[in-house]
Design a protein around this ligand. Structure first.
Ligand SMILES: O=C(O)CCC(=O)C(=O)O
Ligand SMILES: [Mn+2]
Length: 206
């Protein structure tokens, strides 16, 4: 484990938590997940507008969204109908090291950002247990990550998340608004076709 930078209560940034070799192992593990549970294009509830980020999951539960039924967790892939593959052991180790939460994560959302993708400001609030943190891993090109307060109108600040970084939203920061404003092309050689992968570990139910 590398340095830990507390930003404000419950928000932790671990720059370079995973070294290059570990990042390569994680990419191989993600490729394995994607081979079993292909990336798909999620759409916004209500409008059906497609997101720019492609997604899949691993773990007993996966986060999905569609036009009719909205944001939720479910045990199977919305396109293939198959159960999600298991969470790779390296990610379970990460969770056990940084989450401070006794039980293992139930969901790992895999977000793939092409270099022009982004994610709007939002809270992670589809879980019933907010005592567990959200633990996220960045791989590939760097991004501009925006983090705010508990209300949408609160002041936000921005930081770069680079390949191998870990970010934790926990404690008083568990429900902070956050989003990804942009990806910086050609800032990493980890993914041969560019883009960024974000892995988000969550506990869904107590
Ligand atoms: O890509 C990121 O760093 C954040 C992803 C995120 O906020 C989410 O999937 O809920
Ligand atoms: Mn989020």
């Amino acid at each position: 484990m590398k340095t830990k930078l507390p930003l404000s209560q419950g928000l932790l940034h671990f720059p370079g938590y995973f070294d290059r070799t570990e990042q390569q192992s994680l990419v191989a593990a993600v490729r394995d997940v994607v081979a079993q549970a292909p990336l798909y294009i999620p759409v916004m509830p209500g409008t059906g507008k497609p997101m720019s980020v492609r997604m899949t999951n691993c773990g007993p539960l996966g986060w999905v969204t569609d036009k009719e039924r909205g944001y939720r967790y479910q045990p199977d892939h919305p396109v293939t109908g198959k159960p999600w593959p298991a969470i790779p052991p390296m990610l379970l180790d990460l969770w056990r090291e940084v989450s401070g939460y006794a039980k293992d994560p139930q969901a790992c959302l895999v977000n793939f950002y092409s270099d022009d993708a982004k994610m709007g400001l939002h809270q992670d609030r589809d879980e019933t247990d907010f005592n567990a943190p959200v633990v996220s891993v960045s791989l590939g090109n760097s991004c501009l990550f925006r983090i705010g307060g508990l209300e949408r109108k609160d002041r936000t600040s921005s930081l770069k998340l680079e390949s191998g970084d870990v970010f934790v939203l926990g404690g008083a920061g568990r429900l902070c608004f956050h989003g990804v404003d942009r990806i910086y092309p050609d800032t990493s050689t980890l993914l041969k076709n560019g883009g960024r992968i974000n892995l988000t570990l969550r506990r869904v139910n107590p």
